[in-house]
Design a protein around this ligand. Structure first.
Ligand SMILES: NC(=O)c1ccc[n+]([C@@H]2O[C@H](COP(=O)([O-])OP(=O)(O)OC[C@H]3O[C@@H](n4cnc5c(N)ncnc54)[C@H](OP(=O)(O)O)[C@@H]3O)[C@@H](O)[C@H]2O)c1
Length: 272
């Protein structure tokens, strides 16, 4: 396997499926090697017009594509697999994008030997800055992982992780963009509180977020070190840090990510 010669079908092309489709197209994956499926005809129409890919029914996608990228909501995966599971030839690669669902969920509903790879990506895929964590399920070889990497590398960074870590990955990077947006939103509100016009507060905080993120990535420094560089003795930053600690921001993040991990487990249990 490997290379753009393979046809990839995005089964259930909603928000995440669309990110994958558009990313593959941006990376030069030929439109004639991409298929999409959707539940509502109006959605099918929209995808065909926007991306010039063929939107087909699920069974046609199974028939024609070498790689089936499953992007339905976890709670819809059972119904989908009841429909397509028995029809999937065991030489196809199934790539699951569904949060929380273990590869065993798919393997049990697919013919014996079908390779399954689990990927947790995130919405910055839209600007080619995704974090996609990739795990091999039963029957998936190094070649299958390499093909999944080839699909997701154009959308941002990729990392191979053992499947046992995927619920934690979901809590950290899958849901992660939402935590940063919430922090940014709160800091913009703080700017308003301090009397800044909303647009000015927005610009200051968004660029500060981007600058901090690029420094974190490119300097290779530990975040503590970067924070210490902004925290002078008896200065302004330490006064703010004291308030953050007093209000339990660190503890809140620990509890929040634990709750997200637990919810991923719950969704998997409900889908089973
Ligand atoms: N959103 C995120 O940030 C994020 C991040 C990482 C992973 N994920 C995972 O990505 C998956 C999709 O999430 P999403 O936010 O993209 O949800 P979504 O926008 O609701 O997309 C799911 C799509 O699947 C379609 N669908 C459902 N059942 C189908 C079926 N039997 N046949 C064909 N199409 C079907 C739906 O069609 P209709 O629109 O017609 O209902 C919808 O377009 C989830 O499993 C989620 O865990 C999401």
């Amino acid at each position: 396997m490997g290379s753009a010669r393979h046809t990839v079908a995005v089964i259930g092309a909603g928000k995440i499926g669309e990110l994958v489709l558009s990313g593959l197209l941006r990376s030069g994956w030929p439109a004639q090697r991409l298929l999409a499926t959707a539940r509502r005809p109006v959605r099918a129409e929209e995808l065909a017009t926007r991306y010039g890919v063929r939107v087909v029914d699920n069974l046609t996608a199974v028939d024609e594509a070498a790689v089936l990228a499953i992007a339905v909501k976890p709670q819809d995966a059972g119904v989908l697999l009841d429909e397509i599971g028995p029809k999937v030839p065991a030489d196809k690669l199934v790539v699951s994008l569904c949060a929380g669902l273990p590869t065993s969920f798919f393997s049990r509903r697919l013919p014996e030997g079908t390779p399954v790879v689990r990927v947790m990506t995130n919405t910055p895929a839209l600007v080619d800055q995704a974090m996609s964590a990739i795990s091999a399920g039963a029957h998936a070889t190094g070649e299958h992982l390499a093909l999944a990497e080839e699909m997701f590398a154009p959308l941002g960074a990729t990392l191979r992780v053992p499947e046992s870590q995927q619920d934690a990955v979901t809590a950290l990077s899958g849901s992660g963009p939402a935590y940063f947006y919430l922090l940014v939103e709160a800091m913009i509100d703080a700017g308003i509180l301090l009397g800044l016009p909303r647009q000015v507060a927005h610009e200051l905080i968004v660029q500060t977020a981007i600058g901090s993120a690029v420094m974190l990535r490119d300097s290779g420094e530990h975040p503590v070190k970067l924070r210490e560089a902004v925290t002078s003795p008896a200065g302004t930053t330490i006064s703010a840090v004291r308030e953050l600690e007093k209000h339990g921001v660190r503890a809140a993040l620990l509890a929040a990510l634990e709750a997200a991990r637990d919810r991923a487990r719950e969704l998997a249990a409900q889908a089973d």
